[in-house]
Design a protein around this ligand. Sequence first.
Ligand code: B16
Ligand code: MG
Length: 215
Amino acid sequence: MSMIKACLFDLDGVVVDTAKYHYVAWKELANELGFEFTEEHNERLKGVSRMTSLDILLEIGGVELSDAEKEAMAQKKNDHYVSLISKMTPDEILPGVEAFFQTIKEAGLKIALGSASKNAPTILKQINMEHYFDAIVDGNSITNAKPDPEVFLRGAELVGVDPSECVVFEDAQAGVEAAKAGGMFCIGVGEESVLKQADFVIATFNEMSLERLSF
Ligand code: B16
Ligand code: MG
């Protein structure tokens, strides 16, 4: 019998692939600043907060900016990014995700979001998945970024479930670390070679079932 009473989901890379839109927007900014930004570079931004992402990008380009200029650049990138995600549709929900949400909902498990993104509400609205969530914790409501466990601990608290009875789904190494630091089970979504600290790793939610939540 599973002890799991709540599932906490990261957003980008788990429920949808918004990394491709972040990439387009960051790349345009880099090009304006006069340097190239590749998909390989973009990997370093996954799961990382907006301002830390900008710092990494500027380090790649060897560009130094004042705090005010950085604010302006982050705003510009975000305006572009928001225009891109505002066109998202439910077709972009990753394989097997919605079926798994229905399964756990029917089984009476609580569902929470634990994302670094300040745009999480817009994305959930676009893909029409807000109604599944009992709690939403995102970049607007946390002070400590992953790998700090705050985002997941807050989610567990909001749904009234002990961390030891929660499972976190994460695609980024920092997110897996956050889940483990919070004393939760963690299922990695992606590659085993990258998500070494996860309890186990799935490639897609087509591999998930209620049975696999029995630890
Ligand atoms: P925003 P997640 C993260 O989402 C993304 O993976 C990361 O690339 C992004 O920089 C971060 O959100 C902040 O996003 O600029 O929209 O606030 O994986 O934690 O769901
Ligand atoms: Mg992610």
